[in-house]
Write a protein that binds this ligand. Structure first.
Ligand code: UDP
Ligand code: MN
Length: 253
C-alpha cells in the first residue's frame, strides 16, 4: 500500500489566494493517496477556502489559526521580517498527532501555496524513511540550493545565505515521516526563530545531517521551485472605487 502523503499548506487571504490554491490543488489532484491539510491564517474559516476545498476533489482537512498580532506582518513590513505560516504548520502537526497513530504510515510535506511542484517530487517524497531532502530552485539568492551528497550521504549544503544554520534548507526541500513526528511529539516550528532558522527549529529535534536521505538523484535534480507571485496592481480598481464604480464584489476572484 502506498503511504499517504500529508501535504500541509498555510494560506492567508490576499488578491492572489484563490489563484494560488487552484493551481496547487490541481497539481495535487495528480498525486495518489494524498491528504491535503490546509490551514488558514485567519480568525475563522473563510467561505472562499471552504468552497474551494469542497469542490477540489481532494481528500482534505481544513483548519484555521490566526497568527498572533505581534508576529503578524504589516503591509509596510518587508516580507522577511516576520516568520510566515508558523502557527499554521504547527496546528497541522497537532492535528496529525491527535488524529493519527504510530501504526498509520505516512509522510508529511510542507507545501507553501505559491511554490511550483513537479509531480516527480511526490514520487521521491513517498519513499521517505525518516527525513528526506532534495534541491529547491530559485531560492536563497541562487539558481538553486541543495544538499551536497557523497557516497549516498549528505555531507553539507550548497547555499550562500547564512550557511552556518544547522539545516540551511528551505521549507520546500524536505519531508518527514508521520511516525517520526508522532514519536517526537514536542517537535515543532519555533515562532521566535531567528530569520532563516525556522526549518532548523523543527529538524534539529528530529534528525542529524548524517541521517538525511538524499532524493532526486542524489540531490542533482530540481523538482520544486520557490516561485513567488507578483502582487497585482489595482490602480484602476482603486480609481473606480473612489467614483463608486468599483468592480462587482459578489464576483469572487
Ligand atoms: N502565510 C500565512 N500568513 C502570512 C503570510 C504567509 O499563512 O501572514 C503562508 C503563505 O500563504 C505561504 C507560506 O505561509 O503558504 C509562506 O509564505 P510566503 O510564500 O509569503 O513566504 P516566502 O515565499 O516569502 O518565504
Ligand atoms: Mn512563498
Amino acid at each position: 500500500m502506498l503511504p499517504v502523503i500529508y501535504v500541509i499548506t498555510p494560506t492567508y487571504a490576499r488578491l492572489v489566494q484563490k489563484a494560488e490554491l487552484v493551481r496547487l490543488s490541481q497539481t495535487l489532484l495528480h498525486v495518489k493517496n494524498l491528504h491535503w491539510i490546509v490551514v488558514e491564517d485567519s480568525a475563522t474559516k473563510t467561505q472562499l477556502v471552504s468552497e474551494l476545498l469542497a469542490q477540489s476533489g481532494l481528500r482534505f482537512t481544513h483548519l484555521h489559526v490566526e497568527t498572533p498580532k505581534e508576529h503578524k506582518r504589516k503591509e509596510s513590513d518587508p516580507n522577511w521580517l516576520k516568520p510566515r505560516g508558523v502557527e499554521q504548520r504547527n496546528l497541522a502537526l497537532q492535528w496529525l498527532r491527535e488524529n493519527r497513530q504510530l501504526s498509520d504510515g505516512g509522510v508529511v510535506y510542507f507545501a507553501d501555496d505559491d511554490n511550483t511542484y513537479s509531480l516527480h517530487l511526490f514520487d521521491e517524497i513517498r519513499s521517505t524513511k525518516r527525513v528526506s531532502v532534495w534541491p529547491v530552485g530559485l531560492v536563497g539568492g541562487l539558481r538553486f540550493e541543495r544538499p551536497l551528497v557523497e557516497h549516498g550521504k549528505v555531507i553539507g549544503f550548497y547555499t550562500a545565505w547564512k550557511p552556518n544554520r544547522p539545516f540551511p534548507m528551505d521549507m520546500a526541500g524536505f519531508a518527514v515521516t508521520l511516525q517520526l513526528l508522532l514519536a517526537n511529539r514536542e517537535a515543532r516550528f519555533d515562532l521566535q526563530a531567528e530569520r532563516g532558522y525556522l526549518e532548523s527549529s523543527l529538524l534539529q529535534s528530529l534528525v542529524s545531517i548524517e541521517e538525511l536521505e538524499p532524493k532526486a538523484e542524489n540531490c542533482t535534480k530540481v523538482m520544486v521551485w520557490h516561485t513567488r507571485t507578483e502582487k497585482p496592481k489595482m490602480k484602476q480598481e482603486e480609481q473606480l472605487q473612489k467614483q463608486g464604480l468599483g468592480s462587482d464584489p459578489s464576483i469572487e476572484v
